[in-house]
Design a binder for this molecule. Structure first.
Ligand SMILES: C[S@@+](CC[C@H](N)C(=O)[O-])C[C@H]1O[C@@H](n2cnc3c(N)ncnc32)[C@H](O)[C@@H]1O
Length: 245
C-alpha cells in the first residue's frame, strides 16, 4: 500500500479516480456543492446567445451534469487533466456531447485558461477542484479566470473553503476522517481509505489550504467585485464573484 511521491499530485488518475463514486458516501457535501453551483448558474441573467461556461475540474461529470441541467441556454467547456476522471464524464454525458452543448479539454486548468480569449466566457464554474491546487498555481488560475470572463461575468465555485477559526476547522476535519474510516472499513476498502487520507493531508497542507478570508481577499486582489461566500456547510461553501462591467 505504499505511495510513490510522484503520485501525490495526480491522485485522481489512480484508485481515487477509479472509485470516485465513494466520495458521495464519505463526503456527501462534495456532491451538494455541485448542486449549489448549478442553482447559482440558473440565476445568471439570460443573453441573446447561449451562455458560454468554462468548467474547471469536471471530474466524472457530477458538476457538469448540474450545469447542463440548470438551464438549456448554456454550453459547457469542461476542463480536467485526469483522463481516469474525464473519460467517465464522457461516457455519462454523451447526450450533451451529441447535442453540441458540451466539449472537453484535457489540459490542466491554467493551461486551458491561458488558451482562451480575453472576455470570452460568461461564467467560470467549478466544484471541489480549486482546493486541490497549490496556492501559487491557484493565484495564477484566479487571475486567468478574471481575464477570460466577460465584463459582468461570474466566477461560481462550490469548494472546500477552510474556516478562519482553525480549531473549529480541525474539529470538522477530524469528524470527516472518522467518517472515512466508518464507510471504507465497512466497505473493506483499506487501499482507498489510505489514498483518501493521504489526499486529505494534501488538501490541508499549508501550501494548498484555501482559507476563507485569504481566498476572498485573493478574488478582491484579482479585481473581482460582489464577492459572496454563502451556503457554508462545515468546511465547504459556495463562493460567487463578478468581473465588473
Ligand atoms: C474532487 S474532483 C471534483 C470533480 C467534480 N467537479 C465533482 O465535484 O465531482 C477534482 C477534479 O479536479 C481535477 N483537477 C485537479 N487539479 C487539476 C488541474 N490542475 N487542472 C485540471 N483539473 C484538475 C481532478 O482531476 C479531479 O477530476
Amino acid at each position: 500500500m505504499s505511495l510513490e511521491a510522484t503520485q501525490y499530485d495526480s491522485m485522481f488518475s489512480g484508485i481515487i479516480g477509479q472509485n470516485y463514486d465513494t466520495l458521495k458516501q464519505i463526503c456527501p457535501l462534495a456532491t451538494e456543492m455541485s448542486r449549489l453551483v448549478g442553482i447559482a448558474v440558473s440565476g445568471y441573467p439570460a443573453s441573446t446567445s447561449p451562455l458560454e461556461v468554462v468548467e474547471l475540474g469536471g471530474g466524472t461529470g457530477i458538476t457538469t451534469l448540474s450545469l447542463l441541467t440548470a438551464r438549456a441556454d448554456l454550453n459547457v467547456f469542461s476542463v480536467d487533466n485526469a483522463p481516469t476522471m474525464q473519460n467517465q464524464a464522457k461516457k455519462h454525458l454523451q447526450q450533451w456531447i451529441d447535442e453540441g452543448r458540451l466539449a472537453f479539454c484535457a489540459d490542466d486548468a491554467l493551461a486551458a485558461l491561458k488558451n482562451l480569449a480575453t472576455s470570452s466566457a460568461d461564467i467560470v464554474a467549478s466544484a471541489y477542484t480549486l482546493h486541490n491546487f497549490i496556492n501559487a498555481y491557484r493565484q495564477e488560475v484566479i487571475q486567468e479566470i478574471f481575464r477570460v470572463l466577460k465584463p459582468g461575468g461570474q466566477f461560481i465555485n462550490g469548494d472546500r473553503y477552510a474556516l478562519d477559526d482553525i480549531s473549529n476547522h480541525t474539529r470538522h476535519i477530524q469528524e470527516e476522517i472518522s467518517g472515512y474510516f466508518k464507510v471504507l472499513i465497512r466497505a473493506n476498502k483499506p487501499d482507498l481509505l489510505e489514498q483518501w487520507i493521504v489526499h486529505l493531508f494534501n488538501d490541508e497542507s499549508e501550501n494548498h489550504v484555501m482559507r476563507e478570508s485569504a481566498a476572498l481577499q485573493q478574488l478582491h486582489g484579482a479585481g473581482f467585485t460582489e464577492i459572496n461566500l454563502t451556503h457554508r456547510l462545515q468546511v465547504n461553501a459556495l463562493v460567487t464573484a463578478t468581473k465588473p462591467l
